[in-house]
Design a protein around this ligand. Sequence first.
Ligand code: PRX
Length: 646
Amino acid sequence: MGENTDQSQKNITGFRPPEDFARNAIVNDPDIYGRAEDDPESFWEENANGIEWYRKWDNVLEWEPPLSKWFIGGKLNACYNCLDVNLKQRADKTAIIWEGESGDIRKYTYKELLEEVSSFANVLKGTGVKKGDIVTIYLPMIPEVVIAMLACARIGAPHSVVFAAFSGESLATRIGNANSKVLITCDGYSRRGKVVEQKNKVDEGIRSCGLLDKVIVMKHYGNDVSMTEGRDVWWHEVMKDSESSCEPEVMDSEDMLFLMYTSGTTGKPKGIVHTTGGYMVATHTTTKFVFDLKEDDIYWCTADCGWITGHSYLVYGPLSNGTTLVMYEGAPDYPDKDRYWDIIERHKVTILYTAPTAIRTFMKWGPSWPQMHDISTLRLIGSVGEPINPGAWLWYHENIGLGKCPVVDTWWQTETGMIMISPLPGITTTKPGSATMPMPGIKAAVLDEKGNEVPPGQDGYLAILKPWPSMVRTVFGNEERFIETYWSKWDNKTYFAGDGAKRDEDGYFWIIGRVDDVIKVSGHRIGSAEFESILVSHPSVAEAGVVGKEDELRGEVIYSYVTLKSGVEESDELKSELTSYAAKNIGPFARPKQIIFSDDLPKTRSGKIMRRVLKAIANNKDPGDVTTLQDPAVVENLKEKTRILD
Ligand code: PRX
């Protein structure tokens, strides 16, 4: 991460878009920036015409800081815009090419997908789901996750997709917060050849809370599961006689399309609310512009539908553009380390969108794996989820993009809904490690503590100065937290992204990483406080402070500083027990890298654990002024314990 800084100061020569790429690009007139800046509302209004509306809006934007509404009075349906609109010209075009980890392949044309989605929408209606009811989806990367999401959108039921690798307990928290009565899941799925017993996780997680009325279970892996009479039904059975046409619900532009839980700075995940009109306009437009989507592209976004990237750039953006998309269920190294390149060769993928952590892993495995395959169909490659270091960027460009593909490093967040800072591949000269410039229609800046713009080269906070169509509308059930988290740092109308950044002399943005208590492990967003509350729920733990430590491969890894209850002995067994406990209670992707026992933690005089100090210790950095700590001696002690691990 620090590398970004060095490169920006070296003023590295950029990569111009290849001439033929630029000539044929959907966006190749740099004037787009000026036009959008002069009149962002007209810019978005113009792009809103890319979406089909039952009724057009009366006003583009109503901005009562920090609350915004977009395309007011507009009526539309997101599912209709992903499927029905494509029937005229693309009924028999492949919408989804799905590949299972075992090598199974399923394909759906737009017409077939519409039929499946409509049938499932009728199933949901049959179980009593009505417009406005939140449906939770807990599925791995199988076509049914897309079908379920779109079926919800069709009948106006907001979906809340929970990442399949989360534990049953994490699922239960999210079901409880959303007050969701219907869950869609599966028996199990394959991860590196081993079964993940998804339905068992559900049963364990929701055992005590008894929240759900109905659980619809897709039979995918074939493992044994227990079905609770009256509550659990099989997907294939309820689908058998379901009618395959379903009128889409007419939704207001500001009706909720989905909830997406994400980690923040407090113990509880927050439900980010996205609405229909602005979100559809934003994702439709940015998918087209950033990925330069053309009719015959084969587009592969490797993100999981359990995260925002899977929502915006696997489902809503690509399908509303009538794209053929590839969806892969499994691990990149199963059965071997060339799986991605094999998929690209066989399906003739033209656009790849993946994460820096994956790129760094491929780099570690070496270029011989991609070289085993013909990946020359690729014409554009993208990155998202965490800062990409220039070394990884260059490797990606050279070995995957074969030196000819523009690289789009896209900065955005669950809360922004759409890509906010990114090259436009037909226009922007890219610099490895920089997400380059805000998208047309987006006004971003790097500000200091007081809200003043910092000079080039200086660190500050990334801020968005004007509203945008797919911005988070609220935190579900907690407007106060919404305002406090995103809008209260400065003046109530400037969005605080939670990231540190700097701009260089050319105005390029370099994202440094989170400045709050969010940890990015392999691009997965994990809250320190959420993690700490899991650790302290263990009977041996008195207190815990959890921070991210920079890591070459994963961006960050989790370091947990733990004080044990009196009378509990420190031991390696307890360390591994706590590691498994955290992994079991959150999900395997959240396994702490180190657990460090300590009799005390750095605390303020009022007893608050100072994560800032712990983070500095974990990263071998200067913790700054520690004289205000209850016991400054703790710092030296922890430094020593941490040093032994390095
Ligand atoms: O820290 C930034 C990082 O990911 C955070 C948002 O995480 P999440 O809501 O899970 O969404 C990830 C996918 C959009 C940001 O606050 N981040 C995302 N993209 C980049 C990035 N950091 C640097 N460069 C990026 N391209």
